[in-house]
Ligand binder design. Structure first.
Ligand code: KIV
Length: 265
């Protein structure tokens, strides 16, 4: 059965933790769907892990709609979250409404995710009133990387922590059905999770969130270099891919591939 907003709320009501993973194409999404992952985020990390950009800032609506539609085509049951890219909703309420609508109408997303509290709260209210479910995103908000001065843990000082708590409550009051907490101290994430009726989904936010999210390339061990502290690699696909590619090249050089069983008579 397709996962709905009600199912996601029910996880929290039952005290059941749930997983969200990112995906950016149909076949990867299909694997997650078949594995029983309830939520897929077509994150704007697309820019970094798929398109080779240094950050999420250059990602466009066209990029996001293209990949969200592919993910939708690969899934039967997953709840698909479309991530609104930088400057698709910060410019005005009207732009935010129009672009959020495109995720549902053109790409088949079930909801949109957007970063920030403060002046985003009005937009969240307008979207939910219009029938567009919204997932919030607080703490480290990578679209503001130029403002934040790097990928740093947020909410370490009291004023910053209070602002994040207030934003989380405001998102809930405005109608958001869930909120991602990225790179915040675990005690702060625990406090927010306890104080909200809607589920929190953590990434680098400790064990007490209602759900956890990881990026496809991180959890499969494809991302090069040292992983951030919060990442657990569940596979080492980078090594496997490199070994397989080298083996293929050496088979080709030796003339052992294609063998008779790979050849049409
Ligand atoms: O874009 C993304 O993949 C995200 C996750 C890191 C939560 O926003």
């Amino acid at each position: 059965m397709p996962v709905t907003v009600r199912d996601i709320r029910a996880y929290k009501e039952r005290g059941e933790r749930f997983a969200m993973l990112t995906a950016y194409d149909a076949l990867s999404a299909r694997l997650l769907d078949e594995a029983g992952i309830p939520l897929i985020l077509v994150g704007d990390t697309l820019g970094e892990v798929m398109l080779g950009h240094p950050s999420t800032v250059p990602v466009t609506m066209d990029d996001m709609l293209h990949h969200t539609a592919a993910v939708r085509r690969g899934t039967s049951n997953c709840f698909v979250v479309g991530d609104m890219p930088f400057m698709s909703y910060q410019t005005s309420i009207e732009d935010g409404m129009r672009n959020a609508g495109r995720f549902l109408k053109e790409a088949g997303a079930n909801c949109v995710k957007l970063e920030g509290g403060g002046r985003m709260i009005e937009l969240v209210g307008r979207l939910t009133e219009s029938g567009i479910p919204v997932m919030g995103h607080l703490g480290l908000t990578p679209q503001s990387i130029n403002q934040l001065g790097g990928h740093r843990v947020q909410g370490r000082d009291a004023a910053d922590a209070l602002r994040i708590v207030q934003d989380a409550k405001a998102l809930e009051s405005a109608g958001a059905f869930a909120v991602v907490l990225e790179a915040v101290p675990s005690a702060l994430a625990a406090e927010i999770t306890q104080s909200l009726e809607i589920p929190t989904i953590g990434i680098g936010a400790g064990p007490d969130c209602d759900g956890q999210v990881l990026v496809w390339h991180d959890f499969l061990g494809i991302t090069p270099g040292k992983a951030p502290r919060f990442v657990k690699r569940y596979a080492s696909l980078a090594d496997e891919i490199k070994t397989a590619a080298a083996e293929f090249a050496s088979d080709v050089a030796a003339g052992t591939y294609p063998a008779p069983e790979h050849t049409y008579d």
